[in-house]
Design a protein around this ligand. Sequence first.
Ligand code: SF4
Length: 391
Amino acid sequence: MTEAINHAERSHALLSASASSRWLACTPSARLEEQFPDSTSVFAEEGTLAHEIAELKLRKHFTEPLTQRTFNTRLNKLKKKELFQEEMLKHTETYLDYLKEITLGMKTTPYVAVEKRVDFTAYVPEGFGTADCIIIGGDTLYVNDLKYGKGVAVSAEDNPQMKLYALGAYLEYGFLYSFKKVHLSIVQPRLDSISEFEISLDDLLAWGESVKPLAEQAFKGEGEFVPGEHCKFCKAKATCRARADQYTALDDFKQMKPPLISNDEVGAILEKGLAIESWVKALKDYALTESLKGNDIAGWKAVEGRGSRNYTDIDKAFEHLKANNIDEAVLYERVPLTVPKLEKELGKAEYRTLLEEPGLVVKTTGKPTLAKASDKRKAVTNEVSAEDDFK
Ligand code: SF4
């Protein structure tokens, strides 16, 4: 699902699939967001372009026998776009390879739909969206999503956006094909992440039923405001009262009696502190935007940031310096490439032969860092186990 399609989806569907984790958790948020303007970002536009390239490749491979010439003409057109980056070709290939792998193992020719509009109004009022790629083969419906972002890896596990697309796909194809299982996948090539999740059709349909009353509430703008992780992408994130109240009502901290707090309390405060950090950031962004508009934010104002000095023309400047006897060594820093960068330059095979095999690279573990208990990495301690001690 492209961010731009998400964007289009949002401007037309009040209850978009892409925002479903929010409106399912905080039902009045969708109506509250209506009073905020739509916005887009360069990252969203970059995502749209990567999706257009992926779509072209998928169509050529799966659904439309484009001649190489037509394909090249269309691709070249996309390559001319301002936000095009060479790496988009590689990342879209990773996505295509993943989908090819799914279809290769199938005994019969699968059905494939690319950028398919799905309608799930039977579950969510006015609910529709665009699924990046739907594949039906054997007894399984595959709903696949390309995410071009490289911020956070998105999990397909119980992902409501993906499940809504799957419900839409079921409504569209359920009477033509008899699938029993639904396979959801999110491919995020820039993070080397492919997340997969399988659910039975029965469980998906049961989930759909559970969504109906919440979607009804959300459509009417009813229910409780429930702040949480999902606030991060809400348009009301800075000025929402429910969100502010949860941080300004800090009474529970006061009840923690001195002189020392317990480890349980440390965990609880950290949890709250991180959420406050993200909320304060949203508030700062909002206050700056307001101040720049000339609106008053009590006690704050916008000022010019620290400037920087730049060459008007670096080639010309350096030529001039050299002509005036400034040594090149003064002008450039020789910095060795990091191991990952060098591996990229040399390619995996040569990197292995030249550096890894002769033992010229050593792998060290990172410095211990604090993570949430839900983090997938194994917990570490400084304690020496009896086994290590023995060794
Ligand atoms: S900021 Fe959070 S609590 Fe407020 S409306 Fe948005 S999702 Fe709900």
